[in-house]
Design a protein around this ligand. Structure first.
Ligand code: PLP
Length: 408
């Protein structure tokens, strides 16, 4: 497909919310790591669904049910194409990254035995820590961590030491939500596979910044959330290799995931339905498909260039502020800027920035082990998306200087 030139003005016009004001100030939305805004085409698609197509799927013979089913399955196909999966049935719709990880933790670990090992990292979002801790406790599994380094990278050199013949799965984030670090996923996956270890890649922060091809990466599982890739909330995707998904028991029981039910026993449905019990987020799936189609119309290389310029521009100006310290200085980093100003609590800065229309996130970003490593309560995080501009960075820096002067 021929991609249109990256025209920031034209892109911004597609996001109605960017015209909002916060009091007298124009909204500057730098909280994209938490959730991205939605282009009008996605918002319109959701409205169109409720105006013209709404019905439950997979079970109806009537017109609306068939339309709804067709469009939901088209969305699954769109996801498959977007991430380069081999089969459509390797795409499981979930409620988001968190549910995808919980699904794998629950179903994959059912086949493990006491003393089997799992590796995660000190950089993970809580959603890629807690489900594994819960399963480790339940089944007597050993949970190991790849350590963090002071520059915000992981000490991947330790992987060889941690891998043993009992390491069944390695689960790690592609991009750190609190530091911006981009991990060398392909290389790490190959290393794990050489040890016979399966890999789950948490791509919650990835697809809005960088393309992912699951066949090229060769990950066994990959998870992401719709709301961070310009799609709706409450929907996400678990990709799993066919043989991996077939080997795992279902995660939830209910309608749609069965082939037959008698009083005595249940025969499970085939993929992907085996993992999709109950009425799913139909409009969410369709909206996500639309968002990914929209994202496909853009050129990732131009998006990355634009975001790298924003990061560079903001980083240089931030470092000129007295007492500023950046957390996350990896060479390979995406447009997430986590920082503190010496002597000032991040929450106070976040509050004063908000009073000037700037939306940033403050706190531990659901990565308490990262904060513990640096010995801090949290950071201020400005995370830039493809629709942000240098003019917005200027407003942010000016507001930050004002806040800092007031609080010092
Ligand atoms: N993993 C990472 C790296 C994230 O950044 C997030 C959300 O910020 C999650 C997992 C959890 O995503 P969700 O809350 O959409 O399930």
């Amino acid at each position: 497909m021929i991609k249109a030139a990256f025209d920031i003005k034209e892109i911004r016009q597609q996001f109605p919310i960017l015209q909002e004001k916060v009091g007298d100030y124009p909204l500057v939305y730098f909280d994209n790591g938490a959730s991205s805004q939605k282009p009008k085409i996605v918002i319109d698609r959701i409205k169109h669904y409720y105006d013209h197509e709404n019905a439950n799927i997979h079970r109806g013979v009537h017109h609306l049910s068939q339309i709804s089913t067709d469009n939901y399955e088209i969305a699954r196909k769109q996801v498959q194409l977007f991430i380069g999966a081999e089969h459509e049935h390797e795409i499981i719709f979930t409620s988001g990254t968190t549910e995808g990880i919980n699904l794998v933790a629950q179903s994959f670990c059912k086949n493990l035995v006491k003393g089997d090992e799992i590796i995660i990292t000190e950089m993970e979002h809580h959603s890629n820590i807690v489900p594994w801790q819960m399963k480790a406790e339940e089944y007597g599994l050993v949970l190991k961590y790849i350590p963090l380094l002071a520059n915000g990278e992981l000490d991947w050199g330790k992987l060889d030491e941690l891998l043993t013949s009992r390491t069944k799965i390695l689960s790690f984030t592609h991009i750190s939500n609190s530091l911006g670090t981009i991990n060398p996923a392909k290389e790490i996956i190959a290393k794990a596979h050489a040890n016979g270890t399966k890999v789950l890649l948490d791509a919650a922060q990835s697809l809005q910044h960088t393309p992912i091809n699951v066949k090229d990466l060769d990950c066994d599982f990959m998870v992401f959330s719709g709301h961070k890739v310009f799609g709706p909330t409450g929907v996400g995707v678990l990709y799993g290799k066919e043989d991996m998904l077939n080997a795992m028991p279902p995660y939830k029981g209910g309608g749609d995931m069965i082939k037959s039910v008698t009083m005595e026993r249940t025969e499970y449905n085939e993929l992907p339905f085996k993992f999709e019990a109950g009425t799913p987020n139909i409009v969410g799936g369709i909206g996500l498909g639309t968002a990914l189609k929209w994202l496909s119309s853009l050129d990732y290389e131009q998006v990355q260039k634009h975001e790298a310029e924003l990061l560079d521009y903001a980083t240089k100006q931030l470092l000129e502020i007295d007492g500023a310290r950046i957390y996350g200085e990896s060479e390979n980093k995406c447009s997430i800027l986590s920082f503190l100003i010496e002597g000032i609590h991040p929450y106070d800065i976040g509050t004063l920035l908000n009073q000037q229309g700037i939306a940033v996130r403050t706190g531990h970003h659901c990565t308490q082990p990262v904060m513990e490593f640096f010995g801090i309560p949290g950071t201020i995080r400005a995370s830039f998306s493809l629709y942000n501009t240098k003019e917005e960075v200027d407003l942010f820096i000016a507001a930050l200087k004002k806040a800092t002067n007031m609080l010092k």
